[in-house]
Design a protein around this ligand. Structure first.
Ligand SMILES: O=C(O)COP(=O)(O)O
Ligand SMILES: [Mg+2]
Length: 226
């Protein structure tokens, strides 16, 4: 185990990592589709479209359904009106609260770096009563760049008091976007395997993977960069 004098920042992805939000995103997508007279999609389909933020979500829906591009603006407006405060079907993954508590007790600065827009991100963190644990929250519309661009993760690191040139942090996420972002940023990446990944684990760059948040605090201590 590496010894780390100042506990290093630990930055988390949100959808598919801390929260199982696909059921709410699916419900918002289908409500928007219905409101404009279109057929609905399965949970599995919508889950496979999550990770790149709302623009990519709707690119994928439009590509899969053949809905005309001209319908996009009204569909996205109908979706966003519901998405801002959609929490009814969302759950924290088991063990998340305890793991965050352990890391906070160990004085790791904690951050969120998500492609979900900032307003629904803040809303859901408040809903679960965990917002105060995070010293920095970056959403998909916080910067011009989104993951897999490394800029949001490096901004998060800097906002948490780290030196972005030293890459002294750990990123925890579930998807291709997260793995690629962390690799581009040069930050160690821990992959949660119960999220919304579409790629086999072995094909994603990562330092370690886990399927149970009870294992995360020890995994973090073992992967703190020297
Ligand atoms: O909302 C999305 O598409 C992705 O969100 P995430 O970056 O928290 O996984
Ligand atoms: Mg995710």
């Amino acid at each position: 185990m590496n010894v780390c004098l100042a506990p290093c920042p630990v930055i988390f992805d949100l959808d598919g990592t801390l929260i199982d939000s696909a059921p709410d995103i699916h419900a918002c997508v289908n409500a928007a589709l219905r409101s404009q007279g279109y057929g609905t999609l399965s949970l599995q389909q919508v889950r496979s479209f999550i990770g790149g933020g709302v623009d990519i979500l709707w690119n994928r829906i439009i590509a899969a359904t053949g809905i005309p591009q001209t319908a996009r603006r009204d569909l996205m407006a109908a979706f966003m009106a519901r998405y801002q405060a959609a929490t009814a079907l969302t759950r924290l993954f088991p063990g998340v609260e305890d793991a965050l508590g352990v890391l906070a007790d160990r004085a790791h600065p904690l951050g969120i770096c998500t492609n979900k827009p900032l307003a629904p991100t803040r809303h859901i963190l408040q809903h679960f009563g965990i917002e105060q644990l995070f010293g920095d929250v970056i959403g998909g519309d916080s910067l011009p760049q989104k993951k897999p661009d490394p800029a949001p993760l490096l901004a998060s690191l800097a906002n948490l008091g780290g030196d972005p040139r030293q890459r002294h942090a750990i990123y925890v996420g579930d998807s291709e976007y997260d793995a690629e972002c962390a690799a581009a940023a040069g930050v160690p990446f821990l992959l949660f395997t119960r999220g919304y990944r579409n790629t086999p684990i072995r094909d994603l760059p990562h330092q370690a993977s886990f399927d149970d948040f009870a294992a995360l605090p020890a995994l973090i201590e073992a992967h703190i960069p020297a």
